[in-house]
Ligand binder design. Structure first.
Ligand SMILES: Cc1cc2nc3c(=O)[nH]c(=O)nc-3n(C[C@H](O)[C@H](O)[C@H](O)COP(=O)(O)OP(=O)(O)OC[C@H]3O[C@@H](n4cnc5c(N)ncnc54)[C@H](O)[C@@H]3O)c2cc1C
Length: 301
């Protein structure tokens, strides 16, 4: 029997684990991939207070080491099913069944799909959802990136340092990200911003060879030769397994109060999966700390 089980070893889950251990609780953390979550896909982070800049991997490693030092048990297992309505919560992973008196959900979000022809067919053969992970496969080649927010801007900058040319395709007429990032992208000579345009098809034989683009103002369709396309059009949560127990909003995010409490006693939520206005490292950490402290208070009762 564990005091707390945390689902997800991203920055929210690891912070929750550190705070829970420091409150004297036994803590088990599951992650289906690797610790660090989205952090490991962030190249350079420039808005994390205390550091002028730090790589996502370094920050993730620091937080992981801190959690291990506190005695947190982190296991690479995929949580497949949960039963949360009784005081003793049951968690089923791909390996085993576990019990805990409190649960913190910190499972983050997934990249949103473009849902155009060719996307699934060429996934891993020119279609990617992570420039920092896959950008180097396209060294000195021409690529496209779809999106208009911070992630697509950060990834455009990363790709511009690796690839010959980057076409940033955005359906609107004004980029949505932070102005510092927009300026930085605009200053890159090998980044071409294509406004008011969508990708109607991703084409190729074995690998991606070109895209079919459609200008939304003129309806003109045309070909863009690229070896790869990066899709950065936002994120969506995957909270279907919690739905029978937990209140979830229309966009799929878990509803909680300021104390990160869900509608179920003993179940807390932290990080990007939570319904909130700003999804960043500092807010994920803040949620993790709050959720852990509230879990400790709940268990004390
Ligand atoms: C490219 C990029 C750049 C970014 N740059 C910045 C930046 O500069 N500054 C900033 O503040 N923020 C940045 N962000 C946002 C920031 O990284 C996130 O807000 C933050 O990392 C969210 O942390 P999290 O712990 O909530 O979720 P995540 O990091 O998504 O972690 C969730 C974890 O849960 C695991 N998981 C999911 N489902 C299960 C399951 N069923 N079983 C077990 N484990 C599961 C996942 O594998 C994952 O490891 C960036 C994000 C991206 C993608």
């Amino acid at each position: 029997m564990n005091d707390v089980i945390i689902i997800g070893a991203g920055v929210a889950g690891l912070t929750a684990a550190i705070y829970a251990r420091r409150s004297g609780l036994s803590v088990l953390v599951f992650d289906k991939n690797i610790y660090g979550g989205q952090l490991v896909n962030s190249n350079i982070i420039e808005n994390y207070p205390g550091f002028d800049e730090i790589s996502g991997v370094d920050l993730a490693l620091n937080i992981y080491n801190q959690a291990i030092k506190q005695g947190v048990d982190i296991r690479l297992e995929n949580v497949k099913e949960v039963f949360l309505d009784e005081p003793i919560k049951k968690i089923f992973t791909n390996k085993s069944e576990y019990e805990a008196r409190a649960v913190i959900i910190a499972n983050g979000v997934n990249r949103r799909k473009l849902k155009c022809k060719g996307e699934d067919e060429f996934r891993g053969r020119g279609v990617s959802y992570c420039a920092t992970c896959d950008g180097n496969f396209f060294k000195d080649r021409e690529v496209a990136i779809v999106g208009g927010g911070n992630t697509s801007l950060e990834e455009s900058i990363f790709l511009s340092n690796v690839c010959k040319k980057v076409s940033l395709i955005y359906r609107g007429d004004q980029l949505k990200g932070e102005s510092a990032l927009i300026k930085s992208v605009e200053s890159k000579e090998n980044v071409d911003i294509i406004y008011n345009t969508v990708v109607s098809e991703i084409c190729g034989v074995e690998n991606v060879s070109h895209l079919m683009l459609k200008n939304l103002n003129t309806n003109e369709e045309y070909k863009l030769q690229v070896s790869g396309i990066f899709i950065a059009i936002g994120f969506e949560p995957n909270n279907s397994m919690f739905k029978p127990f937990i209140d979830i909003n229309d966009n799929g995010y878990i509803i909680s109060n300021e104390e990160c409490k869900t509608n179920v006693d003993g179940v807390f939520v932290a990080g990007d999966t939570r319904s909130k206005s700003l999804r960043q490292i500092v807010t994920a950490e803040s949620d993790g700390a709050t959720a852990a402290v509230q879990a400790a208070k709940y268990l004390l009762k």
